[in-house]
Design a protein around this ligand. Structure first.
Ligand SMILES: [Fe+2]
Length: 606
């Protein structure tokens, strides 16, 4: 049975191909179009997953979509009617958009892919997140918690998942509906703090570490934790039905003051921890710390609620809020569950995987063991084409493009060496990293989800603060308040991280923050936050043999098998998809070299 899963329409479009219960490939549209969080119909991702399996749409038995367009239409229409007549224009626009385009998502899929509507199935959006978490977990039974911004009508939901007679059964136990949304509330605070909502929530989380939760009582006027362990959002503070025009009402401004000016740079710096902080910046960091504190408390309460509704030692957790790695750490270590699973991509992009798997296992009897899949199921491109093109690409042109008004480094040329085997490649790259080089590492199939897990990563040694600062300012172009993360082998993880041995597998996909042990803080000082935490990727040999080898080779020189690892992308762009995009970043930034599978390419100034 061949199933095509689709996610699109809000953000993070993706396509996934499942063949007889096995995840064949999953690709985010943004990687192919290089438009961050691309929400368009995933035309290119569909083409690629089909092409790589040598299939056409005629071979697809069912197309599965990640939300119920009718329920969503009902929610959007009702919420735009609520403030009527002041929202008259918005109501008309909403109705036009939905009637003209989104409501007919099923017709649209049918037309675009030329499939009969009977071959298209859809699930409620939160249900899609729930099945994505449960199907990837390996649990025989589990409670499932989904916390998202909004999808269909739900914004938070609790389910139970069980395997009954060889098939997955997922039942809803509790639903908290829009507009009572923790995700939208956190995004609204993100807007207040001067960051882009639905994109830069990680910045809110990052500056929270610089603050103290001084305004918890104020935040609790907005997020009201109820006696039954659920919550309500006081709607007088927000305008969720018109989110993108400005989610904050005058009541919010009366409570917290004016929103931060997004154009004013913040004074926080992960690399200069003794830097003087402006008083107003400190205020916003304290607000961030306060909303982060209340979020964690509310989510922990919801995990207790889930336990009340379904007794299990296992919890699956998904939805956009499950990208908050600091909150995830609190769930991992303080919730009433022994085992916690968060899918590789807990946001919308991952739902194409979960829904198509669920449909497949519902309609075909397949051994549950086939469900195991790793993150390296994305696109893959050979470096051959780029190696052929190199003599005709002038690195000076890339430099000139970036530094139009700056003196360019004229006379640069590419150098390239292709290694016979990965062992020699890893030795060479480890030596370059030890010598303070910045290396873009592009190897094999890309990872699904938002994190770089050693196949599309930029790497440096983890103890060089100056080099990390250069990485931020001359390569990634990202704010100094955002900390970097580490990759560490399983063998060295407990030497560096203050984590529980029994939970070591949870850290394989960079989903939790963790404290660095005092004795190792110096060794990884370029990749730890102001509170001595990092977001580790613990690499096991069986998960990624080549990358594990690189970490081991670096460990032979450095003393510990650990590297600073950040995603291989330019500021504001998705992770690179093709070798040419990787070469382009090398050309226009202060990166020293890139690895494209077995080939090392570097710049040399004559
Ligand atoms: Fe979602």
């Amino acid at each position: 049975m061949n199933i095509l899963g689709l996610s699109y329409g809000y953000h993070d479009s993706s396509a996934c191909l499942i063949i007889d219960g096995i995840v064949h490939q999953s690709i985010a549209e943004e990687r192919l179009t290089q438009q961050k969080h691309d929400a368009n119909f995933p035309t290119f991702a569909i083409d690629e997953v089909l092409k790589n399996a040598s299939l056409s749409m005629d071979d697809i038995d069912q197309v599965v979509f990640h939300e119920d367009p009718f329920q969503k239409f009902s929610r959007v229409l009702t919420s735009s009617i609520a403030p009527f007549p002041s929202s008259r224009r918005e109501f008309v626009n909403t109705a036009k958009t939905w009637l003209g385009k989104k409501l007919w998502a099923l017709n649209s899929i049918s037309k675009r892919l030329d499939v009969h509507p009977s071959k298209i199935s859809y699930f409620n959006h939160h249900f899609s997140h729930a099945v994505t978490a449960f199907m990837g977990s390996g649990f025989k039974e589990s409670a499932i918690l989904v916390i998202d911004a909004v999808g269909d009508w739900s914004s938070t939901a609790i389910y139970k998942g069980e395997w009954i007679n060889g098939k997955p059964e997922i039942k809803s136990l509790l639903e908290i509906s829009f507009p009572h949304s923790l995700g939208l509330t956190y995004s609204s605070f993100t807007a207040f703090l001067g960051f882009r909502p639905n994109d830069s929530e990680c910045s809110t989380m990052a500056i929270a570490a610089f603050g103290k939760p001084k305004y918890v009582e104020k935040v609790k006027k907005i997020i009201k934790v109820l006696d039954d362990k659920t919550y309500k959002i006081d709607q007088k503070y927000f305008n969720f039905s018109n989110f993108y025009k400005g989610p904050l009402t005058k009541h919010f401004i009366e409570l917290f003051g004016e929103a931060r000016n997004a154009q004013t740079p913040l004074t926080f710096d992960c690399f200069k921890k003794d830097k003087t902080i402006k008083k107003e910046d400190q205020f916003y960091a304290d607000v961030a710390a306060s909303v982060q504190f209340v979020l964690e408390e509310t989510v922990l309460n919801l995990t207790k609620k889930a336990k009340e509704l379904f007794i299990s030692e296992n919890l699956c957790y998904a939805g956009g809020v499950a990208l908050n790695c600091v909150c995830n750490d609190k769930i991992l270590n303080n919730s009433p569950y022994t085992n916690l699973f968060i899918p590789i991509d807990p946001g919308d992009g991952g739902t194409s995987i979960g829904t198509s798997l669920y449909y497949n296992y519902q309609n075909q009897l397949i051994d549950r063991e086939k469900l195991r899949y790793n993150p390296y199921i994305g696109s893959n491109h050979s470096e051959e084409e780029v190696l052929t093109m190199i003599p005709d690409i002038n690195p000076d042109q890339h430099q000139r493009y970036l530094y139009e008004n700056v003196k360019s480094k004229k006379g640069t040329s590419w150098k390239c060496h292709t290694f016979e085997n990965t062992k020699d490649l890893c030795k060479r790259v480890a030596s370059l990293l030890y010598d303070n080089k910045i290396i873009g590492w592009y190897n094999g199939k890309s990872e699904v989800g938002p994190r770089a897990l050693g196949n599309r990563s930029i790497l440096i040694r983890p103890d060089n603060l100056e080099l990390a600062h250069k990485l931020s300012t001359k390569v990634k172009h990202r704010a100094a308040y955002r900390p970097y993360a580490i990759s560490v082998t399983k063998e060295d993880a407990l030497n560096i991280l203050d984590i529980n041995l029994n939970k070591i597998d949870n850290y394989r996909w960079m989903q939790y923050s963790a404290k660095v042990k005092r004795k190792s803080r110096n060794a990884v000082r370029a990749a730890i936050h102001i509170d001595n935490s990092t977001r580790p990727h613990i690499c096991k040999k069986e998960d990624n043999r080549v990358y594990h080898n690189l970490l081991s080779e670096f460990g032979k020189l450095f003393g510990q098998e650990v590297l600073l690892n950040t995603s291989f992308n330019a500021s504001g762009y998705p992770i690179v998809s093709t070798p040419l995009e990787a070469l382009s970043i090398l050309g226009r930034s202060d990166m020293d070299a890139i690895v494209l599978n077995n080939s090392l390419i570097w710049k040399e100034i004559r």
